[in-house]
Write a protein that binds this ligand. Structure first.
Ligand code: COA
Length: 321
């Protein structure tokens, strides 16, 4: 049995902050941000939380799938911005949906989180352990950002996307590759709460997201095409046979570089980075759900999904729609 996506949904916070607004906070400009990244604006939470965005996207995905919440066997939320250290966002979403026959847990793999989630869903469905899986990518990255650091705060946004997967005899997920390199964890990181136990007395303060942008850029333009090429080989498909390449929306220049390397037209690489910026684990499911809503996906289409992020982590998969 293959894992097939039968429903998708997305939710973004109501508030939109464009590049001109950020230029009133840090020394930057619309021109600089657009030219280097392709980002025009991002959505930022005010009232919303990671949990509320995740639940909103999940409700739409469930409705789109035709399944009831009680029919879900597994709820996974890919996130690095859970509202609570414990319980997981997945447990809170499970409660809100009433998906009480499911097991629920979070996945921490940063911007590759949704890819890792697909990999896990595929393994559980293939093995016959679970039949119906709700996979969500949800982030409020804005709370991890140092809003005085122009090199990071302009890049990210908040949002959530979700997919319902079920066991299917044909189509669905046909090949996957995931990887990690913990030796490079410092390239992109965010330190957690410092330990205040009486014998440790850490003087550190809670961390903000720190990144060596150029290292991440080099890693992405090398690893993403290699990972996609390997996945294509595993599926015995050529790059031409792929209808769309949905890449993690981190930087338009990274996406263009991957298109060039794979010798594919940029039209095959849909983007929403201009409106959403980098929403980490939420970026791929938001893009997928928006394309589904727009009627751009048709039965038999072959889609590559690929992401990369802190860890370092990366992954790619091929889905037959
Ligand atoms: N506005 C204006 N200037 C900025 C700026 C901003 N928001 N951020 C940085 N700069 C400045 C720098 O201070 C530097 O100035 P200097 O030359 O006077 O020192 C100059 O712009 C060039 O900085 P640099 O870091 O070399 O720019 P870049 O071309 O590498 O672009 C990134 C920076 C972050 C856009 C780019 O490295 C990138 O996209 N990396 C990948 C990041 C990513 O995708 N992360 C998420 C992974 S999931």
């Amino acid at each position: 049995m293959n894992a097939k996506i039968i429903g998708t949904g997305w939710q973004l916070p109501a508030y939109e902050a464009d590049n001109d607004y950020l230029a009133t906070i840090v020394e930057t400009s619309d021109e600089w941000i657009r030219e280097r990244t392709g980002i025009g604006k991002r959505h930022l939470v005010r009232e919303e939380t990671t949990t509320s965005l995740a639940a909103g996207a999940a409700k739409k995905a469930l409705e789109n799938s035709g399944l009831r919440a009680e029919e879900i066997d597994l709820v996974m939320v890919a996130t690095i911005t859970s509202d609570t250290d414990t319980p997981s966002t997945a447990c809170r979403v499970q409660g809100e949906l009433g998906a009480l026959n499911a097991v629920a847990f979070d996945i921490n793999a940063a911007c590759a989180g949704f890819l890792y989630g697909l990999h896990i869903a595929d393994a559980f469905i293939r093995s016959g352990i679970y039949r119906n899986v709700l996979l969500i990518g949800a982030e409020t990255l804005s709370k991890l950002l140092d809003w005085t650091d122009r090199s990071t705060c302009v890049l990210f946004g908040d949002g959530a996307g979700a997919a319902v997967l079920t066991a299917s005899e044909k189509g669905g997920l046909i090949a996957r590759t995931v990887g990690s390199n913990g030796g490079k964890w410092e390239v992109l990181s965010c330190m957690g709460r410092p330990n205040q136990n009486p014998v440790c007395k850490s003087s550190a303060s809670a961390g903000y997201l720190r990144m060596d942008g150029q290292e991440v850029f080099k890693f992405a333009v090398k690893t993403v095409p290699a990972c996609i090429e390997k996945t294509l080989q595993d599926a015995k498909l050529s790059a031409e046979e792929i209808t769309y390449y949905l890449l993690h929306q981190a930087n338009k220049r990274i996406i263009q570089s991957v298109a060039k390397r794979l010798k594919q037209s940029e039209e095959k690489f849909p983007m929403n980075i201009e409106q959403c910026a980098n929403t980490s684990a939420a970026s791929l499911p938001i893009l997928l759900a928006q394309m589904n809503e727009q009627g751009r996906l048709h039965p038999g289409d072959k889609l590559v999904l690929s992401g990369f992020g802190a860890g370092l982590t990366w992954g790619a998969c091929i889905l037959e729609w």
